[in-house]
Ligand binder design. Structure first.
Ligand code: SAH
Length: 255
């Protein structure tokens, strides 16, 4: 669509977990409509052909605010800009930095127009590959303490453990953050049996996809294989394993 009135537009676009089939039609339209696409190099490359002829602003890890500022600046200048994230842009993605930048300016809420295009988040992709683990109340916790102090993460882990939430762990383990996952396991084990099913999904809907089902006890053994392209789903007290699938019953009485 032409941007006739020169009003800028910012799309916050979730690309889904990987495979093009899991990119929504709306995400595709937003990318097609955009003059400029901003995001991590790897995600931009993933979108491939869709981006032919677009101006690309790629970024490296740690440049989120800088790139969000660049995107906002371009939109203020009347361009149509897509800021892309893997999964959903509003879940540990680029929407946060973009709103943070807008919050620091006197944005009138109208120009640039901001529109979010939801994507399939890692926890949904992982849940689909595992079976039906998110069937009762669940929460997502990121184990990255780069932007959030560990004391806050620890408190959320304790509350989730106590509340018997199914827990999806994002950013579970990296080269520089290794003890956090075992600490999360220890906290959960204070309230949950060692036999609680745990699903470990690596590279969901991408080449090299791996799906493993273990339990809280067994998580220690495979921790070394867990990295930043992995989502870990920890069951609640009713979650069970069925023929290689992990499921949580829908009802509370149905144990
Ligand atoms: N906005 C993204 C999350 C970004 S945080 C989303 O909504 O999915 C990055 C974390 O997401 C990774 O460390 C990993 O835990 C998870 N993740 C992203 N893509 C994944 C995939 N294809 N398979 C498994 N986990 C993934």
């Amino acid at each position: 669509m032409a941007n006739d009135n020169k009003q800028g537009k910012l799309y916050l676009v979730g690309l889904g977990p990987g495979e093009a089939e899991y990119l929504t039609g709306a995400a595709m339209s937003a990318l097609q409509e955009s003059d400029v696409v901003v995001g991590f190099r790897a995600y931009i490359e993933q979108a491939g052909d869709l981006l032919a002829g677009k101006e690309l602003v790629s970024m490296e890890l740690g440049q989120e605010i800088e790139r969000a500022s660049k995107a906002v600046e371009l939109a203020y200048a009347g361009r149509v800009v897509s800021v892309v994230s893997s999964g959903d842009a509003g879940i540990y993605g680029m929407s946060g930095p973009v709103f943070q930048v807008l919050n620091g300016l006197d944005w009138d809420g109208i120009n640039p127009q901001v529109e979010t295009v939801p994507g399939i988040s890692a926890m949904q992709a992982a849940a689909a590959l595992l079976g039906a683990p998110l069937m009762q109340d669940f929460c997502a916790i990121s184990l990255s303490d780069l932007l959030t102090p560990w004391t806050a993460i620890e408190q959320r882990l304790k509350a989730a453990a106590q509340g018997d939430f199914v827990v999806a762990l994002y950013n579970p383990r990296s080269r520089t953050r290794q003890w956090q996952l075992m600490e999360a396991r220890r906290i959960l084990l204070e309230h949950r049996s060692g036999k609680t099913p745990v699903g470990v999904v690596k590279d969901a809907f991408r080449p090299g996809q791996q799906v493993t089902i273990t339990d809280l006890e067994g998580l220690e053994e495979i921790a070394e294989d867990i990295n930043m392209v992995t989502t870990v789903v920890i069951g609640n007290s009713t979650t069970y394993v069925l023929q290689g699938h992990m499921a949580t019953p829908r009802g509370y009485r149905d144990k």
